[in-house]
Write a protein that binds this ligand. Structure first.
Ligand SMILES: C[S@@+](CC[C@H](N)C(=O)[O-])C[C@H]1O[C@@H](n2cnc3c(N)ncnc32)[C@H](O)[C@@H]1O
Length: 275
């Protein structure tokens, strides 16, 4: 993609996430009050409890963590509560404002540093962090490969990365294809096109496991593990009959696929000690 296209796409991505940070639409209380933050957190970990087993926040006490794309900061405050030496960046002022207020509201320890910055050009020295963490972010930036390379760059040899990226071949993508392709008389639209135009900010991508392995292979990583999570987005949003039956069938399908039809790939890997 030419750089100018890339920049204008990033401007659109930034404008989208500056309107509202992730999950804040689940809060009903006044913005930046304790109740507002409680509602976001309660919703998130009820809906996505597996984030805790993936991130393992409490194991990083005293470690240098970088979170890229902290959004409203729900995961970021877990690093602070766990006593990690946490730094973070996000593309938007809105996210920074959410996180700054959140830290203040809870009286949490100061982070090592939080700022507005771009995942594709991280303002940190190479080899500094014990863990580079990014949940649901890097598929939104125009040059995802570059942002993954950047995350690996700033992690020390022997350190870890933990990233969540969307799975293109998921039931969630299929539901979106039914809604925006099939039901609109355009069944030829590809899953790639559907995610690009109808999943949050424009330009969103999803990856197969094979594509992820190809992306990670040249980066000097070891112990690469991809765990796919089934999410509430892989089910229909309606709970009553007959949707309850459809959701039961989707659950069976997900179980039969060993979760591989879930929307979120959780990737963990270790940076080679020799790089
Ligand atoms: C789906 S939200 C996820 C936020 C948070 N990680 C969470 O799980 O709640 C995507 C976030 O990625 C951020 N983002 C998108 N492109 C970025 C980039 N190039 N650099 C830094 N952050 C970016 C957006 O500003 C937004 O806050």
């Amino acid at each position: 993609m030419p750089e100018s296209t890339d920049n204008s796409l990033k401007t659109e991505v930034k404008a989208y996430w500056n309107r509202a940070s992730c999950d804040t639409w689940h809060a009903q209380s006044q913005k930046f009050t304790p109740e507002y933050f409680e509602q976001i957190e309660e919703w998130r970990y009820r809906d996505q409890p597996f984030i805790h087993s993936f991130a393992q926040f409490t194991r990083y006490h005293g470690k240098r963590i970088l979170e890229v794309g902290f959004g409203a900061g729900t995961d970021f405050i877990q690093w602070l509560r766990a006593g990690a030496v946490a730094s973070g960046v996000d593309l938007t002022e809105e996210a920074l404002s959410n996180l700054t207020h959140r830290i203040q509201v809870y009286g949490l320890p100061s982070p090592a540093g939080i700022k507005v910055a771009d995942a594709e050009n991280l303002p940190f020295d190479s080899g500094y962090f014990d863990l580079g963490y990014s949940w649901g972010v890097l598929h939104h930036t125009p040059d995802t490969e570059k942002s993954v390379r950047e995350l690996v760059r700033v992690v020390r040899p022997g350190g870890e990365i933990k990233i969540m990226l969307y799975n293109r071949l998921s039931l969630c993508t299929f539901h979106h294809w039914v809604k925006y392709g099939l039901f609109r008389g355009r069944p030829w639209r590809s899953f790639r096109d559907i995610l690009w135009h109808h999943m949050e900010s424009v330009g969103t991508k999803g990856y197969t496991r094979k594509e992820l392995h190809a992306m990670l292979a040249p980066l000097g990583l070891t112990d690469i593990r991809i765990e796919t999570f089934a999410t509430s987005y892989d089910y229909l949003p309606w709970k009553s009959f007959p949707f309850s039956v459809a959701n039961w069938a989707l659950g069976v399908l997900i179980a039969m696929s060993g979760n591989r039809l879930g929307f979120w790939h959780g990737i963990t890997a270790r940076k080679n000690r020799t790089t």
